[in-house]
Write a protein that binds this ligand. Sequence first.
Ligand SMILES: C[S@@+](CC[C@H](N)C(=O)[O-])C[C@H]1O[C@@H](n2cnc3c(N)ncnc32)[C@H](O)[C@@H]1O
Length: 290
Amino acid sequence: MEGDDVAYLEAAATVDERAHSAAGDAAFRAALADAGGDGGVRVLEAGAGTCGVLRRLLAADALPAGEWVAVDTDERVLSAGRHRLAAAARAAGRGVETEGSTTTLRSPDGGALRVRFRIADVRTVAAEGPFDGVVARSFADLLAPDDVLALLRTAAPDGWYHLPLTFDGATRFAPSHPVDDGVVDAFHGTMRERGRAATLLAGRFAEAGTPPAVDERADWVVEGDGDGGYPADEATFLRTVLDTVVASVRESGAVADATLADWAETREDQLDRGALGYVAENRDLFGRVP
Ligand SMILES: C[S@@+](CC[C@H](N)C(=O)[O-])C[C@H]1O[C@@H](n2cnc3c(N)ncnc32)[C@H](O)[C@@H]1O
């Protein structure tokens, strides 16, 4: 993404919240409640970012007991996530203890979740399995499908995966602009074969004999608030998306500079007026690891 990744991930929170599917949430929370013996559940989170997944579980009073390994290559975002998670847990009346790279969150009933923060490529951490489950939100399109499958297999043979908000290769801006198709096709081209990540992965799970138990649309949808702005901090989210599309298309060289500049200027003007709409097609996948 172009710009400040912490600000972008935080600005995405309300967009993410609307996108999550009820079926994906229910399956994920049931697996967390179900798994683990006396020691609780052991979860690997790939690309944990600013801990949005853990903070959603905390807000829903659905944090499990056990161990959660939150991995990200970006020290700055993971550190911001660690601080925000601890602050949210304290505000929710949880006990919070910090030791080294582990933060323990204690619930009033005595259950404890040890969150271990790791700055690393998650593909190396997966070898430290087995885990009961792997969760990765808005992440699976960043790796080749074979790498995602290898990562999930750290939870085989009886484990689960949850891949919420997995990009599925379609981006739309509104109102329409005459060169939208060229710009958006060039943007998707920069993702090579990974753009339709949800479709590719669901197909691979089905081929292996275990189609996803949950496969639901979970689109990001942003529109103006009708008063010249956007809800919450969604203007920041949209600006980062726009800057990222323009930078990647410019680098690809697939659209003439003048055409791209004209498109970007029109879109920025619409964004400034709260008149730009955006949809990214995502899916929530949940299932047994093949
Ligand atoms: C789009 S963000 C999603 C963050 C978070 N899951 C959320 O939904 O708010 C993707 C995150 O994956 C991290 N990332 C990318 N490749 C990674 C890798 N190979 N191993 C670990 N983290 C990675 C990035 O640094 C970034 O924080």
